[in-house]
Design a protein around this ligand. Sequence first.
Ligand SMILES: [Zn+2]
Ligand SMILES: [Zn+2]
Length: 242
Amino acid sequence: MVAWAEVALRVERWLLPAECTGCRSPVSPRDNALVCAVCRSRWRAIAPPFCAVCGEPMPLGLACRVCAEWPPDFGPVRSAVRLDPVVRRLVHRFKYQGWWRLAESFALRMAPLVAEAGDVDLVPIPLAPRRQAARGYNQAEQLAIALGALTGLPVRRDRLERRRETPTQTRLTPETRRANVAEAFGATDCHRPVILVDDVFTTGATLCSAASELLDCGAEQVGAVTFARAELPLAAQANPLR
Ligand SMILES: [Zn+2]
Ligand SMILES: [Zn+2]
């Protein structure tokens, strides 16, 4: 298995131009990343102040409307960088164009966010089997594997399954959004804390649905980490009255 992975990596290096996925400037073949250090330094970190539970950037002292109805044992949720146009383009390539090895660069930015997590299982948000077969990989799983390699935390793909795929969430009202993800996941019984791993935090509805299922099946505490986070207006528009 390891030997095959090494062969695949060598073939891929040979096939790939030694240039940055972001700016096309040359990258050193020894630097395993697909994104150069300059491009990585342009990713804007999610900096405080943010909500202690869901990580939404907001002034201190305001009541957060993103996580107001989350289960009490869900959180904290943290995201590494803002989903600005540069990051959005990379995430799109990562997710839909087969650039799954971007996971290594993304996970470098996520690792500090789970450094204090202690003994937890990393659980990627699963895709429905049909979608995963069509795409060839699950981007959240690639992130979890890369994050596990950096942190030493175990990756547990068996703790969560996707029962059905859900249509895109961003244009739905809060009510339809909740109905949209209801019962989308099934979890296995396990009494260990979990950190969910996903590529982008948009409304939090998918993470919240997965977390509720894990908590119902005995998980002690469920947090989450994502690489990118959509800007607030998207979440605010989806939830204008609270
Ligand atoms: Zn670059
Ligand atoms: Zn919040």
